[in-house]
Design a protein around this ligand. Structure first.
Ligand code: PHE
Length: 488
């Protein structure tokens, strides 16, 4: 094997994408871990924060998380029709770096502008880079899945680096140093991508074929929308209107839910599906609900659980007070340790013909999520007696959440491509990210509610979440008996 032209036996272009995604996720998770700490931090003292309320800050965090993944949908459209995926990733990466550098400016006025840049850049990068991964494997489908597995590792190495560097600098030196470090990380990603982009060859190079005048028309639509969008953003930033974050987050959650709902109804009624395809669509709908619910818990890590770590957890290890964000290491580290074990378990079960069907795997993911919040309720009860509590509670919570992630997330996308109607394959990617978007905004709303009254209000919210995890898990298990063919 000529190792200089491959990457772990895969096309060498995978290395380019691996490193780009690694730096992008470093900047994304590194900055995200600081976000609510900065917003809710006291305005005086060492490293002053913005002093905003929990409800407002968590709502802003939710809007941000929801927008990041919602923008993947237009980002995909722009790449498909106008830019091509390679160029979209480049422009996205540049805008993300610009966003983090904007956040690094130590004044309050540029905060939202920075977040908006990161949202727009991520919309162009995140979905499209995953699309290019798939395109590296034209004609060798058997390798594609393991290519995605390697790619998934870059996400976790990136987030580990992000927590390590940004949380340390942001919390121990100054918030804006942490944001700046995220920008420098993304800048490394940009330089690397520019240098090694040629290794991608033709993958993701060209947008869809279409007549020139049609492309021109679409480009004009895009430009007009961008101008409109920036006028609205500009008016908001200059204070021509103000937004109540919680109200906005609620409306945004409805908006995303309605869009997703309408899309499912459209597919069900008007896409000319046969009975089998309709049955699969019902399955897909439940998987969608399951995924959105799952991420609404998972995204608490940088939201309410981050605050629980700061306010109610003893963070000292042999006399050193670790940065709050370091507890989030648990997730990527556990992914890397357990991903092979999970793959092994599924393979073992498959040999005995006992490999769980897709809805069962989703249900397992949700049950682990429910368990993780049960652990948190125990921790909250202990903290009510005497705070702070030990770190083991959050670590155990993250362990179960990550097991849930390993059951649900790696197969989620392939589930959508397998059970989605064939003619709508391209849009299934967007649908999968839409579930993350809904999860993100719900995470902010629920987190705000949980923390509104300090420790006392946490448990009722987490109990409510456990209930909906159980309901959806039971529905998925029941459906798996009805739709017998649904093996992944
Ligand atoms: N850790 C995953 C990532 O950052 C979480 C995720 C899954 C995000 C699916 C979006 C969609 O990629």
């Amino acid at each position: 094997m000529n190792t200089s032209n491959t990457f772990f036996g895969h096309p060498i272009g995978l290395r380019t994408l691996f490193l780009t995604e690694m730096w992008e996720r470093m900047s994304y998770y590194g900055m995200r871990a600081l976000l609510v700490l900065y917003m809710t931090g006291a305005v005086t003292g060492f490293n002053p924060g913005l002093g905003w309320s929990q409800v407002e800050s968590q709502a802003i965090y939710g809007i941000y998380s929801g927008m990041v993944y919602f923008m993947v949908v237009p980002g995909g459209w722009i790449a498909d029709n106008i830019l091509g995926h390679q160029k979209a990733v480049l422009i996205g990466a540049l805008i993300i770096a610009l966003g983090h550098f904007t956040l690094a400016i130590p004044i309050e006025q540029t905060f939202f502008l920075g977040l908006i840049f990161v949202v727009l850049g991520t919309g162009l990068l995140k979905g499209n880079i995953s699309t290019i991964v798939g395109q590296l494997y034209e004609g060798q489908d058997d390798k594609r899945d393991s290519g995605y597995t390697i790619f998934y590792m870059s996400i976790n190495i990136g987030s580990t680096l992000g927590f390590l560097i940004c949380s340390y600098l942001g919390e121990k030196i100054g918030w804006h140093w942490g944001f700046g470090a995220a920008g420098i990380g993304m800048a490394f990603g940009v330089i690397q991508y520019i240098k090694h982009r040629h290794l991608l060859g033709d993958a993701g190079m060209h947008p869809n074929e279409m007549p020139d005048d049609k492309r021109k028309k679409l480009t004009t639509y895009l430009k007009v929308s961008l101008v409109g969008m920036f006028m609205v953003i500009g008016a908001g930033l200059f204070g021509f209107f103000t937004i109540d974050p919680r109200f906005f987050a609620e409306q945004f959650a409805y908006f995303l839910t309605i869009i997703a709902g309408l899309y499912f109804v459209y597919l069900f009624l008007f896409a000319g599906l046969n009975a089998a395809e309709r049955k699969n669509l019902i399955l897909l709908f439940l998987l969608f609900v399951g995924a959105a619910a799952f991420w609404s818990g998972f995204d608490q890590s940088a939201g309410s659980l981050n605050i629980f770590a700061r306010d109610y957890t003893d963070l000292s290890i042999v006399g050193y007070e670790i940065p709050v964000g370091w507890l989030q290491f648990a997730n990527p580290v556990i992914v890397v340790l357990f991903a092979p074990i999970f793959a092994g378990i599924w393979a073992q079960l498959a040999r005995k013909n006992l490999d769980p069907s897709l809805p069962i795997k989703f249900a397992i993911g949700l049950l682990f999520m429910a368990l993780s919040f049960l652990i948190m309720i125990v921790a909250v009860n202990i903290a009510l007696e005497s705070s702070p509590v030990g770190m083991q509670w959050l670590l155990l919570t993250y362990l179960f959440q990550t097991w849930g992630e390993l059951a649900l997330s790696p197969i989620g996308l392939s589930a959508f491509s397998r059970y989605g109607p064939k003619r709508y394959m391209g849009q299934m990617f967007g649908l999968w990210f839409l579930a993350s978007a809904i999860g993100g905004v719900l995470a902010g709303l629920l987190g705000g509610e949980a923390l509104d009254g300090g420790l006392e209000t946490i448990s009722p919210v987490f109990e409510f979440m456990i209930q909906y995890y159980l309901v959806i898990a039971v529905a998925l298990i029941a459906l798996s008996f009805v739709i017998k063919t649904a093996k992944d």
